[in-house]
Design a protein around this ligand. Structure first.
Ligand SMILES: Nc1ncnc2c1ncn2[C@@H]1O[C@H](COP(=O)(O)OP(=O)(O)OP(=O)(O)O)[C@@H](O)[C@H]1O
Ligand SMILES: [Mg+2]
Length: 234
């Protein structure tokens, strides 16, 4: 579905991605794991069209989308949930959901019902101002807002960041549910390699802007480099 070939991105004279290549198969969950500064967010932002790609290509369903404008990339079905969630704190839950659907016409009732079935707490807090939600609830809202644009390809940037461990597990279970129920292909960026590899089909390990390993998740979980560096030696 999505293919990244020899992607190169730089911030000024500093190269952040050194020709990385990724393949994301339709309907799967793919994870990109790596430590702080490895280039995970840079990869997602380049795919979304938010950063200029200096070298390499991005293909979606056989169509080249390299350096296309972000709104055109969204229109093709790619939606990103950014790191730090970036919900609208002064708008209510339902207003945030509406913003996610701004490109769409027609009745959104079934869509609200779907996201509330996945995250019932959001239904209960429909009229609450989003900035007063807990970190975990805000993450649920950010994911739900992304779903309102009806993506076929969803990119999540560290959904576990700053969230209580118990809620993190719930959110990961919901990501899996969304993938299975809606058939949405997911690219999941995470520092929490343990959980990411639990729900992903396939994973890539990024280190200082290079893919150093890739394999099926169950193989990565037993890989000694991954265990030492990303699974706390467990
Ligand atoms: N706006 C920017 N200007 C200059 N350098 C940047 C900028 N954003 C990121 N970088 C650099 O690019 C590299 C990759 O950063 P990136 O944010 O993609 O990492 P990451 O894997 O998402 O890390 P984290 O887990 O901390 O979010 C880092 O060395 C970072 O310092
Ligand atoms: Mg990041």
């Amino acid at each position: 579905m999505l293919e990244v070939r020899d992607l190169e991105v730089a911030y000024g004279s500093i190269t952040a991605l050194h020709r990385i290549s990724l393949r994301v198969e339709k309907g799967k969950i793919i994870t990109l794991i790596g430590s702080n500064g490895a280039g995970k967010s840079t990869t997602l932002r380049a795919i979304s069209g938010l950063l200029r790609i200096r070298g390499g290509e991005v293909w979606l369903d056989g169509k080249q989308i390299t350096n296309l404008a972000p709104h055109l990339i969204v229109a093709l079905g790619i939606t990103q949930v950014p790191e730090g969630r970036m919900i609208f704190p002064n708008l209510t839950v339902i207003e945030n959901l509406q913003m996610g659907a701004y490109r769409r016409k027609g009745n959104l009732k079934a869509d609200y019902e779907y996201v509330y079935s996945i995250f019932p707490i959001l239904g209960e807090r429909e009229k609450q101002v989003a900035g007063t939600l807990s970190g975990g609830e805000q993450q649920m809202l950010a994911i739900s807002r992304a779903l309102m644009s009806k993506p076929t390809f969803l990119m999540l940037d560290e959904p576990s960041l700053g969230i209580a461990p118990l809620l993190v597990r719930t959110i990961f279970e919901k990501i899996l549910e969304i993938n299975r129920q809606l058939g949405i292909t997911i690219l999941l960026v995470e520092q929490n390699a343990n959980l990411a590899l639990e729900i992903a089909d396939y994973g890539y390990v990024l280190e200082t802007g290079r893919v150093i390993l890739e394999d099926r998740s169950e193989h990565l979980r037993t890989n000694s480099i991954v265990r030492e560096s990303y699974l706390g030696g467990a």
